[in-house]
Design a protein around this ligand. Structure first.
Ligand SMILES: CC(C)(COP(=O)(O)OP(=O)(O)OC[C@H]1O[C@@H](n2cnc3c(N)ncnc32)[C@H](O)[C@@H]1OP(=O)(O)O)[C@@H](O)C(=O)NCCC(=O)NCCSC(=O)C[C@H](O)C(=O)O
Length: 362
C-alpha cells in the first residue's frame, strides 16, 4: 500500500499510474461561470498592476503605435501632458487585463465594449485600483451553453482615487448547466445583409492629409457628391506569439484563450486567439499613422466579430463620421471615426467608433 504522506509517493516515470491519479483528482477551478454573476454585484479586482514605461513602450512597439507624445518628453509637453504618459491603449488593456481573473477567465468570447471614456492620462508608475459592477446578465438564445454578461468597469489611480478610464464590456460566459461547450456554429465574421446585396456609396473619398481641416473638408466634399469619406490603411501586422500570448500576459490577463494551446485545440478557433485589445490597438495604430492625433477621447460600440489567431494579419479601414470644430483647445478639433480591423481574407474582426482630438494646421 502506497504511503501518500511520503514525499516520493508519486512515481512520475509510471505514466499509467499518473494518468489514473489525474483522473481521480478534482480540479481547483479558476474564474466564474455565468450563474455566479447577478445584476448589481460589485467586484474589486485584486491583482496588483503598476503601469510602467517599459510595458507601455513594449505595447506600442509591438502594435505599431508610434505617436511621439507617448515616447518623448518634448512632444508630450507640447501636447499638454506634464510628462510622457502611458499609451491609452496600454492603460485600457491593463485595466481590463486585471479584471479577467474575476470576470472572464472561465472562457467565452469578448463580444464588445462601449462608453469607453478616458478621464485623465496616467503616468508610468501609477498603481491601479479597478472595480466592476454587473450591469446585465441574460442567457444566450443562439448559444445555449453560454450566458451574456455586461459589466461597468472603472480603473482608478490607487493613490489619488482619480478615475483614469471607465467602460462597459460584454462577454459570453460559459454556463455551468448545460455543460460548457465552445458554442454553436463558427462565426462568419460578416454581418448579414437583409437586402441580399451591398448598399454602398458611389464614391469613397480619402482626406488629403491627417489634420482636422483635411477630415472636415473631405466630409464637406462627400456631402456635395453623395459620397462617403472612407479609406484603407496600408500597413498590416501579422500575429505572432509575442502579440497573441505575450502582450495579454503582460497586462495580467489570464484568459486561457490567449496562452493555453492545449485547451484551445478543441475550440472553434483550434488555437490560441488574440486578446481583443491587441487586435484593436493594431488597427487603431494603422489609422493613427495617417492622422495628426492630439488626444484620444472616447470609444463606443466596439464589437469583436471574429477570432484572430497566430499567423493572421491585421489591416485597418476607416470611415470618417463627424467633425466638431468647437471641441477641445483652439489648435485642435474633434473627429469621430468608425474603424474596422480586418484580416488577410478581408474578414472584419473588430469595429468601433472613436472620437479623437486631431491637430489643426498652425
Ligand atoms: C462570439 C461569436 C462566435 C458569436 O458569433 P455569432 O453567433 O455569429 O454572433 P451574434 O452576433 O449572433 O452574437 C451572439 C450573441 O451575442 C450577443 N451579442 C453580440 N455582441 C454583443 C454586444 N456587443 N453586446 C451585447 N450582446 C452582444 C448577440 O445579441 C447574440 O445574442 P443571442 O442571440 O441571445 O445569442 C463571434 O462574434 C466571434 O467569434 N467573435 C470574436 C470574439 C473574439 O475573438 N473576441 C476577442 C478575443 S477573446 C478576448 O479578448 C478575451 C478577453 O481576454 C476577455 O477575457 O474577455
Amino acid at each position: 500500500m502506497t504511503d501518500w504522506s511520503d514525499p516520493d509517493a508519486i512515481d512520475c516515470s509510471d505514466g499509467a499510474t499518473f494518468d489514473a491519479l489525474l483522473d481521480r483528482a478534482d480540479t481547483r477551478e479558476k474564474g466564474h461561470y455565468f450563474e455566479f454573476f447577478a445584476e448589481g454585484d460589485e467586484l474589486t479586482h485584486d491583482p496588483g498592476l503598476r503601469l510602467s514605461q517599459h510595458g507601455s513602450e513594449q505595447w506600442m512597439g509591438q502594435t505599431l503605435n508610434h505617436d511621439p507624445a507617448y515616447w518623448r518628453s518634448d512632444t508630450a509637453r507640447e501636447r499638454g501632458f506634464e510628462d510622457v504618459p502611458v499609451h491609452p491603449d496600454y492603460l485600457l488593456a491593463c485595466v481590463m487585463g486585471i479584471t479577467v481573473e474575476d470576470l472572464s477567465e472561465k472562457g467565452g468570447y469578448f463580444l464588445g465594449r462601449t462608453d469607453v471614456e478616458f478621464h485623465r492620462s496616467a503616468r508610468p508608475g501609477t498603481e491601479l485600483a479597478v472595480t466592476s459592477r454587473v450591469v446585465d446578465t441574460r442567457t444566450s438564445s443562439s448559444r445555449p451553453a453560454y450566458g451574456i454578461v455586461t459589466w461597468a468597469t472603472e480603473g482608478r489611480d490607487r493613490e489619488t482615487g482619480e478615475t483614469l478610464v471607465s467602460y462597459q464590456r460584454t462577454n459570453m460566459i460559459p454556463r455551468r448547466e448545460p455543460a460548457a461547450t465552445d458554442g454553436g456554429g463558427e462565426a462568419t465574421g460578416r454581418p448579414d445583409d437583409p437586402d441580399g446585396g451591398p448598399d454602398l456609396p458611389e464614391t469613397l473619398l480619402a482626406p488629403e492629409g491627417g489634420r482636422f481641416e483635411d477630415f472636415r473638408d473631405a466630409l464637406d466634399d462627400a456631402e456635395a457628391e453623395s459620397a462617403a469619406v472612407a479609406y484603407r490603411h496600408e500597413r498590416g501586422r501579422t500575429m505572432d506569439d509575442q502579440l497573441v500570448a505575450g502582450l495579454p500576459l503582460a497586462t495580467l490577463n489570464t484568459a486561457r484563450q490567449h496562452h493555453n494551446r492545449d485547451e484551445m485545440a478543441d475550440s472553434p478557433s483550434g488555437d490560441i486567439v488574440a486578446y481583443g485589445d491587441v487586435t484593436r490597438s493594431i488597427a487603431l495604430a494603422h489609422a493613427r499613422s495617417d492622422e495628426a492625433t492630439y488626444r484620444e477621447r472616447r470609444f463606443a460600440d466596439e464589437r469583436f466579430h471574429s477570432f484572430v489567431t497566430l499567423g493572421d494579419t491585421i489591416y485597418g479601414f476607416t470611415r470618417v463620421l463627424d467633425c466638431d470644430g468647437d471641441a477641445g483647445p483652439e489648435a485642435v478639433g474633434a473627429v469621430t471615426f468608425e474603424h474596422v480591423a480586418f484580416n488577410q481574407d478581408n474578414t472584419p474582426v473588430y469595429s468601433g467608433r472613436r472620437t479623437a482630438l486631431v491637430q489643426r494646421y498652425q
